[in-house]
Design a protein around this ligand. Structure first.
Ligand code: GLN
Ligand code: ZN
Length: 769
């Protein structure tokens, strides 16, 4: 029997980001909802056909989404807070977008749902909110519609839904706290999922996939019992009348060893295991406990988190290890392909010698198929296989030469290189004197709106339509203008606006040795926002000063302190495609030394405040607590210190992080030994403020006072209330006032009024102190 192939999900934004373009046009009033629907349909159809042509047997449906699959699930379960219902839109899409982005208009003024990172990825999901009015019931027909849409084209699909366990664990109540899950809620939620299964069984679907990535996290009291009660209630619904629909419990981003026995006893028709990130523990669990007779194991061997070619020999060995335990093994992607770019086609400028090392989503379909085919060959046939031989050739020998100088510099580092002197308290005193800032200093995170004009000028430079001098002149004018306006509204610490940067990681990559860039390898980050991570190809070093000229220019235009603006090594690593032939630790050290050179050059150029963004540091914290330090923090935090340890005591080091979910690692954040940190807290909950309070956090901190991911303009009162909330938890001498992230994705129309309100609110609070 041929081995079944499956993928968890496919990118939905489109080869050329068609979905992004049409939705953004719709928001601007340049396209209709029907245009959006039509593009959605075209993309779904195109992607299903691609998967079919590649020989994928279980083709996912309902992996499409206009914004986010978690938001879709919330809506499907009717978890729509009253404030959005009250807007009474005519179209469900309008409600969906209001939940995703907030709404400010004739129907009302509501903030968006909070957004959080999807496990350790750079994808963001919207956090479902249960409020007092929530009545869980089946709402809408999206999964059925998309299944039938494919079926009408003759394509049988496997509908994919976020499973009830993950949904309930990630949802929050109206106070942004974890849900209290009682029997009534379990019944209601499993009831809806049972209805979904029954309906699919009636429609003749063969498989339904429930994604339960939350199962790879540590279990706390009641977790396993919750998982069990949800599935015990809903699994009987897979047999509805005549029909039977197979249920695939799909897990990814780690291992489920601690719940594997329970999973086995529930006798799912399929269990998806991540054999990349959860490899050893998952294998061991399967070998120890075995597999239920009716269960097919879906061996997740094709990495959905990186772009390097699969090492077929390794994948075959993994599949064969499972086959020793059960004959029922399918070959699958380790997680959804949502997290990799569309296709290497169109990236030929990289050259065949480079490109042959990469597989994006489309190429990964082929890998899944080829691995499944290879597994079925005898040993002799494998030896004769040209496909296998060609794959092996990619991994034989050395791909790139080492940079001796970089390696020697790392070998020569001593403990002292990781420690800044004197102690922070002493530095903070010196800096206060040197900088002469008021209480509650106001600042921004770095970037200002990247207007159409800014992007157009960059494009003209790239196409050779303007000279470098003309472009630089344009950037200088932008800087002048943004400084003038910041001074005008009364901000205390200024920034130059980052107009010269397309992206906070790509820009640095372009000025470092060792990086490669794609033209079109976009990955969805949230909603219509996509990122295009650079590729770390070989050893990294700084080719020449990167930001010094711009920062020095900006400082020369104002008497206020101007922040130098850098991206930290951990974030550059996490938002690039890292190498797989040397460790992340090693790559991060190389990056840290490169950025360290830049820090010292900025200081030499007279910059007194240097911000080193570690926007993505929290994102890659391992999911299992036992791995936090040993696998990550023990090298990531020192790498950050290596970057700034050599500056003078009165040079102030700032850092910035997106998302404040670091209450559990608060002492590690302090151990970065920055003088000031700004972070995003306005859209999430405020537990981090309690953590800061309880831990006697030493770093000065600016918890974001308003949400920049939404176009709405916060009022002065709103921000004032927020500042007072912060002051209830923090010592006023340690508080900074700032938005919660960079402003580059916003327009000038909302940015300046919002900042004016922020400064105004700060003044009010200062006067009342
Ligand atoms: N300095 C960067 C900016 O302002 C930080 C961006 C980020 O945190 N993602 O854009
Ligand atoms: Zn940020």
């Amino acid at each position: 029997m041929a081995i079944v192939t499956s993928i968890s999900g496919f990118p939905r934004i489109g080869r050329n980001r068609e979905l992004k373009k049409v939705i953004e046009a719709y928001w601007k009033g340049d396209a209709t909802l029907d245009d959006v629907r039509a593009t959605g349909r075209e993309l779904r159809v195109r992607h299903w056909k691609l998967e079919q042509d590649a020989g994928i047997d279980l083709i996912p449906s309902n992996d499409f989404s206009l914004y986010d699959q978690m938001l879709d699930t919330a809506i499907l379960l009717n978890v729509i807070p009253a404030r959005y219902r009250r807007l009474s839109f005519d179209n469900p899409e309008e409600t969906l977008f209001a939940m995703a982005r907030g709404y400010q208009g004739e129907r009302g003024d509501v903030t968006a749902l909070p957004m959080k990172k999807w496990f350790t990825t750079n994808y963001h999901y919207l956090v479902p909110e249960f409020d007092a009015s929530t009545q869980v019931k089946l709402n809408g027909t999206k999964p059925f519609d998309e299944y039938l849409e494919a079926k009408s084209l003759g394509i049988e699909t496997k509908p994919v839904l976020i499973g009830p366990y993950t949904f309930l664990k990630l949802a929050r109540n109206a106070q942004a706290q974890e849900l209290t899950i009682d029997a009534g809620l379990i019944d209601a939620v499993s009831g809806v999922y049972a209805q979904v299964l029954e309906r699919f069984a009636q429609l003749g679907a063969q498989w339904v996939q429930f994604d339960e990535p939350y199962l790879v996290l540590d279990k706390h009291d009641g977790d396993v019992a919750l998982f069990k009660s949800l599935y015990t209630r809903l699994l009987p619904a897979r047999d509805a009348g005549e029909g039977h629909v197979n249920v695939l419990l799909n897990t990814y981003f780690g291992n489920i060893a601690d719940v594997y026995e329970t999973v086995k006893l529930l006798e799912f028709d399929g269990v998806g295991l991540d054999l990349i990130e959860g490899r050893d523990a998952n294998l061991k669990a399967v070998e120890k406990h075995g597999v239920a007779a009716r269960t097919t194991l879906f061996a997740g061997v094709v990495n959905g988190r990186n772009i390097w070619r699969n090492d077929y020999a390794q994948s075959i060995a993994l599949v064969e290890a499972l086959q020793k335990v059960t004959p029922n093994v399918a070959v699958a992607s380790a997680c959804s392909l949502l997290h990799v770019p569309f296709s290497t086609q169109g990236e030929e400028q990289l050259g065949e010698n480079v490109l042959r090392h990469f597989a994006f989503a489309v190429e990964k379909l082929e890998e899944v198929r080829e691995i499944a085919d290879l597994v079925q060959l005898s040993d002799d046939e494998k030896k004769a296989s040209s496909v296998l031989a060609a794959n092996q050739a990619l991994f034989d020998g050395t791909r790139v030469a080492e940079d001796e100088a970089v390696r020697e510099r790392i070998a020569a580092l001593t403990d002292a290189d990781y420690v800044r002197q004197p102690a922070r308290e002493e530095r903070q005193r010196l800096q206060r004197e040197a900088l002469g800032l008021p209480l509650l200093p106001t600042t921004t995170i770095g970037s200002f709106p990247q207007t159409k004009q800014v992007r157009a000028e960059r494009a003209r430079l790239r196409k050779g339509e303007i000279t470098q001098e003309q472009y630089d002149e344009f950037i200088r004018a932008q800087i002048d203008e943004v400084i003038r306006r910041q001074e005008q509204i009364g901000l205390d610490v200024l920034v130059h606006g980052e107009f010269e940067r397309n992206d906070m990681v790509e820009y640095f990559g372009q000025n470092l040795n060792g990086f490669l860039f794609t033209k079109n390898a976009w990955v969805q980050s949230y909603g219509t926002r996509c990122v295009k991570p650079p590729i770390i190809w070989s050893d990294v070093s700084r080719a020449k000063p990167i930001t010094v000229e711009w920062s020095a220019y900006a400082q020369s235009r104002t008497d206020k302190p101007m922040k130098g603006m850098l991206t930290g090594p951990v974030t550059i690593l996490n938002w690039s495609w890292p190498r797989e032939d040397i460790t992340h630790e090693e790559q991060t050290k190389q990056l840290a030394l490169a950025i360290r050179d830049e820090v010292l050059d900025l200081e030499k150029a007279g910059i007194k405040i240097i911000q080193i963004d570690e926007a993505a540091l929290r994102e890659k914290l391992p999911l299992r607590e036992s791995d936090w330090h040993s696998e990550y923090l023990d090298w990531a935090i020192p790498a950050f210190r290596l970057v700034h340890s050599a500056v003078q005591p009165d040079t102030q080091i700032h850092t910035h992080m997106c998302y404040s979910e670091f209450n559990d690692i608060i002492s590690d954040i302090d151990a970065m030994d920055a003088d000031v940190i700004s972070f995003e807290a306005s859209r999430g909950d405020l537990v981090v403020l309690d953590a800061i309070h309880d831990a006697h956090f030493e770093t000065e901190a600016g918890p974001g006072v308003y949400d920049i991911h939404s176009p709405r303009i916060p009022s002065v009162d709103e921000i004032e209330a927020r500042i007072r909330e912060i002051l209830a938890k923090m010592d006023v001498s340690k508080v900074w006032i700032n938005p919660d992230c960079g402003l580059k994705t916003r327009g000038n129309e909302e940015t300046w009024p919002s900042l004016e309100h922020m400064v105004e609110a700060t003044k009010r609070v200062r006067e009342s102190l």
